[in-house]
Write a protein that binds this ligand. Structure first.
Ligand code: F6R
Length: 377
């Protein structure tokens, strides 16, 4: 580890530094892996660690993502693009739950173990279980030489650089990018999706610039944190690509600011959560442009009709159309390809969690009761 990597530099906390480092960490994650193409060569992705296994992966019956916490959320964010580009069934498993259930894992499965540290006990136990069941095991970790990196059949390193703050931030966005590249690599032999893949690759090249842009919301998120400082609870509604953003945003808020927060699948709103809505409970609704946008507009209308206290995250230029006559607070974010939007949308929520914690006077880098690497069950 380089000394300057461990220094906080101009930042007060590691979490703050790691949030602001994301344009660089994403660049490092993609370095040497995106091929620009040329006059007669298509744009593509090269994942060295997987190249001997891609044919097996393409033939697998299911892809099973396995992880805990933030790593699970990153896989959930990447699930739709993996389904779309691979055409393979993609299953999500929380590592401890898979082990508790002894859920079915088959020889024809590709299991993908996602872990920042590569040492998480629950994920390691699930890996042992998948190996016993004969599945192909792929590791996605940020730690070269970690147990998960060593025991999987093949691996992709996240290369986000060392993360010191207990709350995972830059590793999360890099994990999503790695899994988007995995989807591109698996789908690489399909002519019909070539246009879509090339658009995503162009989007990946531009992503660090877009993250730089969204980081400019820092002051705005600090102001929002000042407004929310004394709240008991914060709900985050998302769906589609941004269901994961809702879960991850809420996880960041709860783990560092010690405020209760829950990520909710907006499609489930009427099946229970609506009962919580009143004029006091703050609710973040993620309503950036994608195939679910009109459904999220209707969610906003319904929450507004029940006097919900809304903060709407929308695409640049959409504030007027989502704020129901200017009655909700809005946070505008830059637009990227739909499957990469979770990388952008989580940044304001990371900043909000950070500022809430500092304003509430808690330890942002080492939250109460938590450890960076959870090596016991
Ligand atoms: C939250 C966080 C945890 C970890 C989880 C798994 O910010 O960091 O939820 O994501 O403990 O850890 P890894 O990714 O190391 O397997």
């Amino acid at each position: 580890m380089e000394v300057e990597q461990i220094n906080k530099g101009k930042y007060e906390h590691y979490m703050q530094k790691e949030i602001h480092e994301q344009p660089e960490s994403l660049t490092t994650t993609m370095r040497g892996r995106l091929i620009r193409g040329g006059s007669c060569k298509a744009k593509s992705v090269l994942l060295g660690g997987l190249k001997d296994h891609l044919r097996t992966i393409r033939r697998s019956r299911r892809i099973v993502f396995i992880g805990c916490g933030t790593s699970y959320n990153a896989a959930l964010a990447a699930r739709p693009i993996l389904e779309e580009l691979s055409g393979i069934i993609v299953i999500m498993e929380i590592a401890s739950d898979l082990v508790d259930r002894q859920g079915p894992i088959y020889r024809e499965d590709t299991t993908v173990f996602v872990s920042q540290s590569g040492e998480t006990a629950d994920t390691l136990q699930a890996l042992e279980y998948a190996l016993e069941n004969g599945a192909l095991c792929v590791g996605i970790t940020n730690t070269v030489g970690s147990a998960i990196a060593r025991h999987t059949h093949c691996r992709i390193h996240i290369n986000a650089g060392c993360e010191i703050g207990v709350a995972s931030t830059k590793a999360y966005t890099s994990q999503i990018v790695v899994m988007a590249m995995l989807a591109l690599a698996i789908g690489d032999d399909t002519i019909s999706s070539q246009g879509r893949r090339e658009a995503i690759i162009d989007g990946l090249f531009d992503l660090p610039n877009k993250v730089k842009e969204v980081l400019k919301l820092d002051e705005e998120m600090k102001d929002l944190a000042k407004l929310l400082i004394a709240e008991q609870s914060l709900l985050v509604f998302g769906r589609g690509y941004n269901y994961a953003t809702a879960l991850e945003g809420a996880l960041k808020v709860k783990e560092v600011s010690l405020m209760h927060s829950e990520g909710i699948l907006a499609g489930e709103m009427k099946h229970g959560p609506l009962a919580l809505v009143d004029e006091t409970l703050p609710i973040v609704v993620i309503a950036t442009r994608d195939a679910c946008f009109s459904k999220q507009q209707s969610v906003i209308q319904q929450l507004h009709a029940r006097k919900g206290r809304l903060i709407v995250m929308c695409s640049k230029g959409d504030a007027a159309s989502v704020s129901v006559g200017g009655s909700c607070r809005t946070v505008e974010v830059p637009v990227v390809e739909d499957c990469l939007q979770p990388v952008i949308n989580i940044v304001p929520l990371q900043l909000l969690a950070y500022h809430l914690t500092v304003l509430r006077g808690y330890n942002v880098d080492q939250p109460r009761n938590l450890a960076k690497s959870v090596t016991t069950q």
